[in-house]
Write a protein that binds this ligand. Structure first.
Ligand SMILES: [Zn+2]
Length: 375
């Protein structure tokens, strides 16, 4: 199916960036409650990586608990990718404000790409999380207001640069199995007031490898559904569970290698972003020529915009802070058709995926916000 206009995220209305401050407001903090969340003493946010609203709807029978829960739909943000959405959830501001504008971004003035997920730069270079993402987190604000803020996730992410950048100030509770995570949430929810986030990542990683809707992915969806049910059963009185996701996913059969396609190579210095949301950094003075070439090559398959057009169209939010502008590609290429724009020398594993996300199609943008409450 071909979409002719990008689904611009509903920043300031119903986007992921609007969720955390609404939750804090429900816990009694002086924050904007844009989503109108009802007051609660304890809130658990179950963050399921890659659980798009359309994906869940397509397989409602595999996820009876989630499908029966009351809910609505939010837009993820642009790009629809984990680092960007985690940062929106961690800061409560849109990407243009927090600066986590994609998976791999140019570090201005260095000529290098920074992988914001792995927090990786070329050898010998390091990135200070406070410098890359200086905004206060909602966890810091919760703590300052006397709300116990906890994060339950596998130990491998504890202390990483990304965790420091987006979960700064949280109490990290490392838990591996589903059983351990449910137990850790139950314990953290004994605090009052409490704001507990619990993360599940295997649905997304499975979707990348085998495609969403595959047998393995459906097995993961069933695990997620049962985990949500157990988290709901563990709720103390006066509490609420919210289930959401950082983005959805599309399965892709057509790959275009931007490193070997002559029309896409001319004037290009670096290929950042990811396959469904490319940041194209051009050589000095080549931006116009690259924009024309990418537009022509990708006609009917991707939205192609200059940095200025993307910013003015509100892709990253109502505005982009001036200091973050150089992180954005001179040209952005965002597929809406069955297409992944791959760059194998930059990200070899990604080039072999079946499931992708990043773009502004409904399948990638829409995430559920489901609610179960004991208020
Ligand atoms: Zn992913």
């Amino acid at each position: 199916m071909v979409h002719n206009a990008p689904l611009i995220p509903a920043y300031g209305g119903a986007s992921l960036a609007d969720l955390p401050r609404s939750l804090l407001a429900a816990l009694g903090l002086d924050e904007p409650n844009t989503l109108g969340i009802e007051p609660a003493r304890r809130i658990c946010l179950f963050l399921v990586d890659g659980l798009g609203a359309e994906l869940l709807r397509a397989h409602a029978g595999i996820a009876p608990f989630l499908s029966a829960a009351a809910g609505r739909t939010l837009t993820a943000g642009f790009p629809a990718t984990t680092v960007t959405s985690l940062c929106s959830l961690g800061t409560g501001v849109p990407p243009g404000e927090h600066g986590m504008l994609g998976l791999m971004l140019a570090v201005p003035g260095t000529g290098h790409l920074f992988n914001c997920l792995r927090w990786k730069l070329p050898d010998g270079m390091v990135m200070d999380p406070d410098r890359w993402q200086p905004a206060a987190t909602v966890f810091q604000r919760a703590r300052a207001a006397g709300v116990a803020a906890s994060y339950v996730a596998p130990g491998e992410f504890e202390g990483t640069g990304l965790t420091e950048a987006v979960y700064r100030g949280v109490r990290y509770l490392a838990a591996e199995s589903v059983d351990d995570r449910v137990a850790a949430v139950r314990q953290a929810m004994a605090d009052s007031p409490a704001y507990v986030t619990v993360y599940y990542g295997d649905l997304d990683s499975t979707g990348h490898r085998t495609g969403w809707g595959s047998e393995e992915w459906l097995r993961q969806l069933a695990i997620v559904d049962r985990m949500a049910e157990r988290l709901a059963e563990a709720l103390p009185a006066g509490a609420a569970l919210y289930v959401t996701a950082d983005h959805g996913m599309v399965n892709v059969t057509t790959k275009l290698d931007a490193e070997s396609e002559p029309a896409l190579k001319r004037g290009v210095a670096m290929l950042g972003g990811e396959a469904r949301a490319r940041h194209v950094y051009t050589e000095v003075g080549a931006a116009g020529e690259v924009l024309d070439a990418w537009r022509e090559t990708l006609a009917g398959r991707a939205w192609v915009a200059s940095r200025q057009e993307a910013v003015e169209s509100g892709w990253f939010g109502p505005g982009v802070r001036a200091e973050w502008l150089p992180r954005i590609g001179d040209v952005l290429a965002v597929p809406y058709a069955d297409l992944a724009i791959i760059a194998p020398s930059v990200h070899k594993i990604e080039a072999a995926f079946i499931g992708y996300h990043g773009s502004m199609t409904a399948a990638e943008q829409y995430v559920p916000l489901l609610e179960v409450s004991t208020r």
